[in-house]
Design a protein around this ligand. Structure first.
Ligand code: FAD
Length: 302
């Protein structure tokens, strides 16, 4: 069996693999797609000590760094289930089964998309999902936030300090965020809230120039000219495959302690698939390192 098997090859998993391999233990990493969300990112400006990089470049460095160690990389493989036998058994979609004494879950998350015309076409060309990441790219410009829940309103408040104007579009008749956030957003002079709005299209040429929405009361279609659209309708952790093997919160995020330990002894978790609050490359890498060290500590004590 492996000593440590890491499931997921994004920043959290890559970091866990390096920390594990440096302990001289038998380490494997299973990933559906190495790089994870980073592979889908264009400009990255907040990866500390690197002023600017791009997703494919950072993905290549992650992989190169992991390959520098004695780690079995099982790329393009999807984990299907996890079971405790003598060791842990990770079953893959292709029918294979891998055994390991400890597990680090780092399967990440996916931003929910709204699936309207223009969204996929203009991703990274004005359509964005992460205000901490991409907000500064819209300095002095007009943007929209789609979604009036907590993440949408937090994003709008954050963006209002950077961009010229923010329009929030909420599908329902009212915003869904905590009242303190709603009060704060209503106090900002450069934020407009539009409720009952069904966003129908994001348009542009080489990049976003505007969006259209239908006023659900009057059924009229309207357009707003802007440079950026932040889609904030939720983040889905990739944890459904685990069913109830480990404890999750109501969002489906794996519950971990400060060492990355889950409620199952020997199973650790890191990155966007966990209940860690701020989901970034640097925080994922940090939690991947912690989870690997936590799992190593578990190994030497058991
Ligand atoms: P992920 O990156 O999601 O990686 C998950 C890994 O698990 C992948 O390898 C995936 O293939 C694998 N996986 C999933 N399910 C399975 C399974 N069942 N079996 C096997 N493997 C599986 N953050 C920043 O700090 N700065 C930015 O500028 C930035 N920009 C972003 C732009 C975009 C468009 C997006 C989507 C995100 C951005 N983020 C940014 C957020 C950042 O990418 C994530 O916080 C980070 O990648 C999370 O790392 P992770 O390793 O936890 O998960």
């Amino acid at each position: 069996p492996y000593d440590m098997l890491i499931v997921g090859g994004g920043p959290a998993g890559a970091s866990a693999a390096i920390y594990a391999a440096r302990k001289g233990i038998r380490t494997g990493i299973v990933a559906d797609r190495f790089g994870g969300q980073v592979a889908d990112t264009k400009g990255i400006e907040n990866f500390v000590a690197t002023k600017y990089t791009e997703g494919p470049q950072l993905t290549a460095s992650l992989e190169e760094h992991v390959r520098d160690y004695d780690v079995d990389i099982l790329d393009s493989m999807l984990a299907d289930s996890l079971e405790k036998k003598d060791d842990f058994e990770l079953k893959l979609e292709n029918g294979a089964a891998l055994q390991s004494k400890t597990i680090v879950l780092s399967t990440g998350a996916s931003w929910k998309t709204i699936g309207i015309p223009g969204e996929a076409e203009f991703t990274n060309k004005g359509v964005a999902y992460c205000p901490h990441c991409d907000g500064p790219m819209f300095e002095g410009k007009d943007v929209a936030v789609i979604g009036g829940g907590n993440s949408g309103i937090e994003a709008a408040i954050d963006l209002a300090g950077i961009v010229k104007h923010v329009t929030i579009l909420e599908f329902l008749p009212e915003l869904n965020a905590d009242s303190v956030l709603q009060e704060r957003v209503h106090s900002l002079s450069n934020v407009t809230v539009i409720t009952n709005a069904r966003t129908s299209e994001i348009y542009g040429e080489s990049k976003v120039q505007g969006l259209s929405y239908v006023d659900r009361e009057s059924d009229e279609e309207r357009s707003i000219e802007l440079a950026g659209v932040f889609v904030q309708i939720g983040l889905d952790p990739n944890t459904a495959w685990l069913e109830d093997t480990v404890e999750k919160n109501k969002f489906g995020e794996i519950v971990t302690d400060k060492t990355g330990a889950t409620d199952v002894p020997g199973v650790f978790a890191a990155g966007d698939c966990t209940d860690m609050p701020y989901k970034q490359i640097i925080t994922s890498m940090g939690s991947g390192a912690s989870a690997a060290l936590g799992a190593f500590d578990y190994l030497i004590r058991n």
